[in-house]
Design a protein around this ligand. Structure first.
Ligand SMILES: [Zn+2]
Length: 337
């Protein structure tokens, strides 16, 4: 029952099941793939399957009924830890790794295994990464540690070489659509969210956030305005991004989602400009795309899209957010002049 909760990634589940059946499960895994792909969900499900007391280990399928399964859901299982970067920190501090390592060395309280999931492994400080290495070099018996990272390439090679790397690929759009219909999402948005998610169910859900679509409306108005006020719009955008949280992580995440919305908007207009509008659009959407296409034309739309992709890269590379947004909006006004 339990694995059905995981969207896509059937090959990963199968290979983990084989490893468990053959008693070949590793001590350390690095789950890598884009944000929202389902890495953490799968890691938690793996922890549940390994610690479940109801279904028997051989079945590798959490029963979702026993005390152990319930405690993992609640985050209170004594042999399970899910840790990550604290909300008010820019980096994942060494203290977090020390506590996690200590947890792993203690004898299991209930069965014979322990599972730790380290989220936000991209944000490990140098000291934390070095401390983690020690645990990876001498993993306590019966323990499984799962690191969650957007890409193996951002980790120290010494860390990667001590982990089994599991790469998460995009989930098919049709599967995401089907799943979104069971979530608390406006049914009219389902197709569009699935298309924009890039194969990451978590991103589809993030994009369903209503404030983002208010921002998108403001964005459309800005792009359609014959004499746009770049300074005012950039200010509005920065404020919106800062509302996501006081630290860089959530702000960059929101910036990435905003940029996704802009690129999608420009892409819609681009399709309209070459006479191939998206058939899934409703009337409002089609009208907006058409209007933008007529106002800007194919060449300018391509230029604007290029600038957004560049801004997206800068955001990933941690360029100061105010600079990324201001220079993007400024270059738009030059492009549409
Ligand atoms: Zn169970």
């Amino acid at each position: 029952v339990s694995w059905r909760r995981i969207l896509g990634h059937e090959a990963i589940v199968t290979s983990l099941a084989r490893a468990v059946a053959g008693n070949r499960l590793g001590h350390a895994y690095l789950f890598s793939g884009p944000a929202g792909a389902g890495k953490k969900t799968l890691a938690i499900e793996l922890a549940k399957a390994l610690l479940c007391e109801g279904s028997g280990k051989a079945r590798f399928n959490a029963c979702d009924q026993c005390h152990s399964c319930a405690m993992i859901e609640a985050g209170t299982h004594p042999d399970y830890q899910l840790v990550g970067r604290p909300a008010d920190k820019v980096e994942l501090p060494i203290e977090t790794i020390r506590e996690m390592s200590e947890f792993l060395t203690l004898k299991p309280a209930r069965g014979d295994s322990k599972v730790a999931i380290l989220d936000d492994a991209d944000d490990l400080s140098i000291a934390a990464a070095n401390s983690l290495l020690k645990t990876l070099e001498e993993p306590p018996t019966g323990t499984v540690l799962i690191l969650i990272s957007t890409a193996a390439e951002v980790q120290l090679t010494t860390i990667v070489s001590r982990c089994q790397v599991v790469r998460f690929h995009p989930v098919p759009t049709s599967q995401i659509e089907q799943w979104l219909r069971s979530q608390d999402v406006d049914p009219a948005q389902v197709q569009r969210l699935a298309r924009m998610s890039g194969g990451c169910p978590g991103q589809a859900l993030e994009l369903a956030e209503p404030t983002l679509w208010n921002f998108r409306a403001a964005l459309l108005e800005h792009l359609s305005n014959p004499s746009p006020d770049a300074v005012a719009f950039a200010k509005k955008w920065v404020e919106f991004v800062e509302e996501a949280g006081s630290v860089s992580g959530p702000q960059r995440r929101r910036t990435a989602l905003c940029l996704k919305l802009v690129i999608d908007l420009l892409d819609n207009a681009l399709r309209a400009s070459v006479g191939a509008p998206d058939a899934t659009f409703d009337a409002d959407e089609a009208r907006a795309a058409d209007h933008l296409a007529k106002r800007l034309g194919t060449d300018r739309l391509l230029t604007l899209t290029d600038r957004c992709l560049e801004a997206s890269k800068q955001n990933d590379m941690s360029v100061q957010l105010v600079l990324v947004i201001e220079s993007l909006v400024d270059s738009w006004s030059q492009a549409v002049r």
